[in-house]
Design a protein around this ligand. Structure first.
Ligand SMILES: [Cu+2]
Length: 168
């Protein structure tokens, strides 16, 4: 009965290999390195006045709102993010990183809390620049199970009119 026994072992090995292949296929998105996607927001939109949107590759949208308006420095800023479309349910982590576009303003990153249905909220503050006012880049970083999606939003803070100039 040696041949029969060896056939049984062969079948067991084949089944085990098939099971490993199936598990590998199911979990491959978790094992592969995350890809990075960067999408640009509407350049005409002004975060100092309104919420701004960017289109996601899956057809959905991401909207960022910083308040109050205009956006203050050295005072609390409320951050609200709304993700719509298929990506909304897959976001595990939502952060906004604030950086000076023309100088290093230090590390300013806020992790937002999920409110459900693709909504996230948080609070932060950004430091006053020695030059008075400058352009900031607020990069929204959405981490899903397989991607980092970044959206670089630009805004001025404090805006020039806020500096008290009455020359014009
Ligand atoms: Cu600065």
């Amino acid at each position: 009965m040696i041949p029969a026994r060896s056939l049984f072992v062969d079948i067991a090995i084949l089944l085990a290999l098939a099971a490993i292949a199936a598990i590998g296929y199911l979990y491959s998105p978790l094992l592969l390195p995350k890809s990075d996607i960067s999408v640009r927001p509407d350049p005409a939109c002004d975060l100092n006045r309104e919420a701004c949107r960017a289109r996601l590759p899956d057809g959905g949208e991401v909207e960022l709102s910083l308040s109050p308006h205009p956006i203050p420095v050295a005072r609390p800023i409320k951050i609200q993010v709304q993700v719509s479309g298929p990506t909304a349910a897959t976001v595990d982590r939502m952060e906004v990183d604030f950086a000076g576009t023309t100088m290093n303003m230090g590390y300013n990153r806020a992790t937002l809390s999920p409110l459900g249905n693709g909504r996230f909220t948080g609070e932060t503050s950004i430091p006053l620049c020695i030059t008075g006012h400058m352009t900031w880049q607020g990069t929204l970083i959405a981490t899903t199970d397989r991607q980092h999606i970044t959206v670089p939003f630009e805004f001025e803070a404090p805006i020039a009119e806020d500096s008290g100039s009455t020359a014009r």
